[in-house]
Structures are given as C-alpha cells and as structure tokens.
Design a protein around this ligand. Sequence first.
Ligand SMILES: Cc1cc2nc3c(=O)[nH]c(=O)nc-3n(C[C@H](O)[C@H](O)[C@H](O)COP(=O)(O)OP(=O)(O)OC[C@H]3O[C@@H](n4cnc5c(N)ncnc54)[C@H](O)[C@@H]3O)c2cc1C
Length: 338
Amino acid sequence: MKKNNTFSLQEYNTFGVAASTPLFVEIKSILALQEKLKNEAFKDALILGGGSNILFLADLSKPVIKISIPGIRIINETEQIAVVSAGAGVVWHDLVMWCVANNLGGIENLSLIPGLVGAAPIQNIGAYGVELSDVFYDAVCINRKTGESRIFNAEDCDFGYRDSAFKNDLKDAYVVTAVRLALTKKNHNLKTNYGNVKETLAQMGITKPNIEDIAKAVVQIRTSKLPDPKKLGNAGSFFKNPIVPKGECARLLLQYPNLPHYHIDGNFDKIPAGWLIEQAGFKGLKKGKVGMHDKQALVLVNYGTLSGKLLWKHAKLVMEGVEKKFGISLEPEVNLLR
Ligand SMILES: Cc1cc2nc3c(=O)[nH]c(=O)nc-3n(C[C@H](O)[C@H](O)[C@H](O)COP(=O)(O)OP(=O)(O)OC[C@H]3O[C@@H](n4cnc5c(N)ncnc54)[C@H](O)[C@@H]3O)c2cc1C
C-alpha cells in the first residue's frame, strides 16, 4: 500500500506493526534482482521474505526488495537421494508439502514454519529435532555488490543453532536466490523422538509412521501450541535458547534442581529460554497491548499495538527479568530493524 510517497510494510511483517519504506519492489527472477542491484539506490535495501522473523522498530529509510523467485524441481538424483532446488520465494511449508507428496524425506519435521525458502539458511531454521543444515545441499546466492552468482555449500554457510555465516561474516553481503536440499527417496530417517511427536502419532492411531504422518503430527502440534500470526501478531520464538558453560549450568542446578537442560557437548548445555521466562513470571503476562504468550512463554505477542518499539521494550523487560533471576542473558532470535 502506497501512502504519502512511502510504502506501508504492515502487511509484510507477521508482528503486524506499522513501518514504511520509501521504495518497495518485488522481484521474481535472478536477472531482475541483478538489474536492481546495479542501481545504487538498492545497494543497502532490506531483503524481505515472508517477514516472519523481523521486528520493525521504526520506518525504514532504505528500500525493500521482496524476494518472490518461484519454482521447485529435482535437479539431480541417485537411487537413494534426490536433490531438490527451490526458488527463494517459495513458501517454505509449500516446499515441505511438495516433498512429502513426492515421498522425499528430510524436512517433514519442519512443517508449518512460516516464511520463504530464501530465509531458511539465514538462521538455519529448525524444529522437532531437525535443522535445515541436516539436509542442506547448497544455496545459490547473488553478491549484492557485484551481482555475481556464487554457490555456498554447508561449510561456507557455517551453520549453527539458529545461526549461519549470513548472520555474521556474510551479513547483508548476499541474496539467497535458491536453496537445494538432499532428500531421501526411500529408507527415510524418521525423527519422532523430539517434543510430543511420538505421543501425537499415537493419538492419531499411527504405529508405523511415514513422512506424511510426521508432517501431519507436526502440523497438529504447532497449530495447537503456537499463535497464528494472522490472528495474533508474533514472530515465533523471540529469543534463542541460551547455551551456557556446563559450570554455570551446574551452579544454577544447585539453586533450581528442576532446571531443564540439554547436553550440547563436553563444555556447554542448552537451557530452554521458555522455562526461564516462565520462572521469571512473564509467561502469559500481558502488559497493555504486548506480552508473552500463555502457552508458549518464548513467543512475544502483539495484542494490538502498531509500535514495534513497544514490543521491543517488553522484550527488554523480559531479558532484564531473566538476567536478574538467573544471571543469564537472553539473545533475540528475531532480526531487529531500525
Ligand atoms: C508462528 C511462527 C513460528 C515459527 N517457528 C519457527 C520454528 O519452529 N523454527 C524456526 O527456525 N523459525 C521459526 N519461525 C521464524 C521464521 O518463520 C523463520 O525464521 C523463517 O525462516 C523466516 O522466513 P521469512 O521469509 O519470513 O524471513 P524474513 O522475516 O522476511 O527475513 C528474515 C531475515 O532473513 C533475511 N532474508 C530473507 N530472505 C532472504 C534472502 N532470500 N536472501 C538473503 N537474506 C534474506 C532478511 O533480510 C532478514 O534478515 C517462526 C515464526 C513464526 C511467526
């Protein structure tokens, strides 16, 4: 929507906050993207996917390039593996459904994650025991300065927990135009041990699940637990689960024997941020038009404000509360845009 020579981004972020850009373009091909990047005005543009992992804190002074490059196809296959290429503008869940329909296994646990394919490697999306990096083959990217194409393999991407080189050394340096995944054609490696996938399958009366059953179970769990951004603005988990040195975890366990924690490696444990937020008293706590969700303490919810700043103010309050109680600093998973 164009207003007073600026374009409203309210419909382009799942928090539903008000923000605007002086210039908005949607591109549907690599060539169109390369053309745009030649234009000095677009050099520092915000690259936008589905807007489900961003929080606008103010109107943007820079342009926005919305990535809508379509297409899903198999580009290579052996008897066991198919390499599927998906355009950066494909809706992630549509890709999951396409793979499930074609009996290609590996991303069924990532069903119903909002957003587009191009953003998936940026934070190495993950859910229910699977991360993008588990099936990642490579990504086709365009250098924002030169317009040249470069293929990034998993090592180049340096994937970590909700992290990749695209959030660090390569931040704002490349636009992802396609992601390619190596998926199984048979003997799928089914993962049902995480969260309540197994229980949900049992409730569905399924004892020998296939990838479609797992996708259905994950959709059912997510629909019952997570607020639908179309009804209640949010960006999923607002904070990352903190990874702390084992010594610090041991110290906390003395004080909080029920502290949930997961072994990462010989040096670090992961603590669920949702538990910390709940214990600090923020779960379900509504402060005016913002708050943390009552079923998922990790989800910052917009109960009717247009102000991204107000949401961020509440997030900082939660961070302070957790820091004060546990001495742990929470880190936002969501990208803050000023
Ligand atoms: C209800 C809900 C549940 C969620 N659950 C999960 C979950 O289970 N697991 C999980 O990992 N995430 C989850 N998320 C977060 C979000 O869905 C993912 O991070 C998703 O990958 C973001 O995609 P997007 O297209 O909306 O990205 P955007 O929000 O548009 O962009 C996110 C970042 O990526 C950059 N970017 C986007 N596209 C490109 C591109 N083509 N090239 C280069 N940079 C790009 C943007 O500049 C921005 O910095 C959830 C969000 C919501 C709202």
